[in-house]
Design a protein around this ligand. Structure first.
Ligand code: PLP
Length: 406
C-alpha cells in the first residue's frame, strides 16, 4: 500500500498562487512536484509517485538521468549558445550520431515539437513549388482528423479539436483533412497540387489511437506513387516509446520527413529535429529558415547524451519487453467497466466505457496510491512510464490499477 498524505496547506499555497498569477490554459492534477529520479517523482510533502506520463514521453530515459545531467552540466560550463551565425563543435557530432541512428541523410535542428512540424510544412511547400512544379500559392497538405501536432496558429488551424482551434482563426489555407486510418480517403484527397501528407503513426493526444494494420504501408505506397512527401510526426511515438526506435519500423517503412522532439533531450531541454532524405531538405538555402536556439551546443550535447543512453542502456528493447508485460497485466485486471486496453511498447491506453464515471476520477484514485497518470479526453487513461521501467514496477502499476478501476 502506498498511501499518499498531502499537507494540503503547502500544496494549496502553490495552487492558489498559480491560479492567481497564471493563465489558466492547463488543468493539472493537484500535485506539486519538486524532485525526480528514474521512474519516480516526489511532491513537496515528500510523497513518492511512479510517473506514468513521462511528460508526454519527453522523459523516456527517466527523470534526471545521470549521464544526460553530466553532459548538460559539462556543456553548460563550456559553451551554451553561439547562434547559427557561427559554428559550434557539438552540431556536427550530433548530426552524425542522429543520422547514423535513424538512417537519415539530413537534419534540421529546432527546439519545440511544434517548430519541427512548422519546419516540415515549410520544407514540403517549397519542395512542391521548386521540385514538383506546383503553381505558386497552390500547394496542399493533407492531414488526419483528430491529429495533434502542436499549438502554433498554422498547426491548430488544421486541428479538428474545437478546443484547440476555437477562437484562434483566421487560419492558414492549404490544408485538407481525411479520416485517420483510411488510406482510400487519402488517395481520394490527393490532387495535382498535393505536396505532403502529415500524420502520426499512432495518434497520442487523441487517446493512443491505432490505425488499421497495413495503413502506414499503404500510405507510403500512395505517397510514392503520387509524388507526395510523407511526413511522419514521431515526436511522441519516436525514440523507443513503442518498443522500436521509430514507430515506422513496425510497418517497415521510411518517411520522407520524420519529426522527433520530446525525448530527444530526455526532458532536460527543448530539442527537436526534422530528419529527411537529401532531396527534400535540399530546397532550403541560407536565410530561408532558422532559429536562434536551434542547434545550439547545449541542446546538441544534451541530445547526444539522451540518444546514447537510450541505445546503450537497452531502453528500446526494454520498452518492448516490459510494455508487453504491462499490457498483458492490465488486460487481466480490466473490469467490465473497461472498454479496451491497447498499446504498443510502453505507449498504452486504458479506455473506460462511457458510463464508468470518467477517467479523471481514476487518475485521482491512482494519485492517492502513488501513481501519476493523466486522462486524455473523458474516458481514456494514458500509461506511458519512462522506458527504464522494471518488471516489478510494471506489476506494481497493474496492482494499483486493479485497486483503482471502477
Ligand atoms: C507533443 C507533440 C507535439 C508538439 O510538441 P511541443 O514540443 O509541445 O511543441 C507535436 N506532435 C506530437 C505528436 C506531439 O505529441
Amino acid at each position: 500500500m502506498n498511501d499518499v498524505s498531502l499537507n494540503r496547506a503547502l500544496t494549496q499555497r502553490y495552487i492558489d498562487t498559480e491560479a492567481r498569477l497564471g493563465a489558466k490554459n492547463y488543468k493539472p492534477l493537484d500535485v506539486v512536484l519538486t524532485r525526480g529520479e528514474g521512474v519516480h517523482v516526489w511532491d513537496v510533502d515528500g510523497n513518492r509517485y511512479l510517473d506514468c506520463l513521462s511528460a508526454y514521453s519527453a522523459v523516456n530515459q527517466g527523470h534526471c538521468h545521470p549521464k544526460i545531467l553530466a553532459a548538460m552540466v559539462e556543456q553548460a560550463g563550456r559553451l551554451t549558445l553561439t547562434s547559427r551565425a557561427f559554428r559550434n563543435d557539438q552540431l556536427a557530432p550530433f548530426y552524425e550520431e542522429v543520422c547514423a541512428l535513424t538512417n537519415s541523410h539530413k537534419v534540421l535542428p529546432m527546439n519545440s515539437g511544434a517548430e519541427a512540424v512548422e519546419t516540415a510544412l515549410k520544407v514540403a511547400r517549397k519542395w512542391g513549388y521548386e521540385i514538383k512544379g506546383v503553381p505558386d500559392g497552390q500547394a496542399e497538405i493533407v492531414v488526419a482528423a483528430d491529429n495533434f501536432h502542436g499549438r502554433t496558429v498554422a498547426i491548430v488551424g488544421f486541428s479538428t479539436d474545437p478546443d484547440s482551434r476555437g477562437g484562434f482563426g483566421p487560419f492558414a489555407p492549404g490544408f485538407r483533412t481525411v479520416p485517420f486510418g483510411d488510406a482510400a480517403a487519402l488517395e481520394a484527397a490527393i490532387g495535382p497540387n498535393t505536396v505532403a501528407f502529415l500524420v502520426e503513426p499512432i495518434q497520442g493526444e487523441a487517446g493512443v489511437i491505432f490505425p488499421p494494420a497495413g495503413y502506414l504501408r499503404r500510405v507510403r505506397e500512395l505517397c510514392t506513387r503520387h509524388n507526395v512527401i510523407l511526413i511522419l510526426d514521431e515526436i511522441q511515438t519516436g525514440l523507443g516509446r513503442t518498443g522500436r526506435l521509430l514507430a515506422e519500423e513496425h510497418d517497415g517503412i521510411e518517411a520522407d520527413l520524420t519529426l522527433i522532439g520530446k525525448a530527444l533531450s530526455g526532458g532536460f531541454y527543448p530539442v527537436s529535429a526534422v530528419l529527411s532524405n537529401s532531396e527534400v531538405m535540399g530546397v532550403l538555402h541560407p536565410g530561408e529558415h532558422g532559429s536562434t536556439f536551434g542547434g545550439n551546443p547545449l541542446a546538441c550535447a544534451v541530445a547526444r547524451a539522451a540518444l546514447k543512453v537510450l541505445v546503450e542502456e537497452g531502453m528500446v528493447e526494454n520498452a518492448a519487453r516490459v510494455g508487453a508485460r504491462l499490457q498483458a497485466g492490465l488486460a487481466q485486471v480490466a473490469t467490465s467497466r473497461v472498454k479496451e486496453v491497447r498499446g504498443r511498447g510502453l505507449m498504452i491506453a486504458v479506455e473506460l466505457h462511457a458510463d464508468a464515471g470518467g477517467a479523471r476520477r481514476v487518475c485521482e484514485a491512482l494519485q492517492g496510491r502513488g501513481l501519476l497518470a493523466k486522462e486524455t479526453h473523458a474516458h481514456t487513461i494514458r500509461i506511458a512510464p519512462p522506458l527504464i521501467l522494471t518488471d516489478d514496477q510494471a506489476d506494481w502499476i497493474v496492482d494499483q490499477f486493479a485497486a483503482a478501476l471502477p
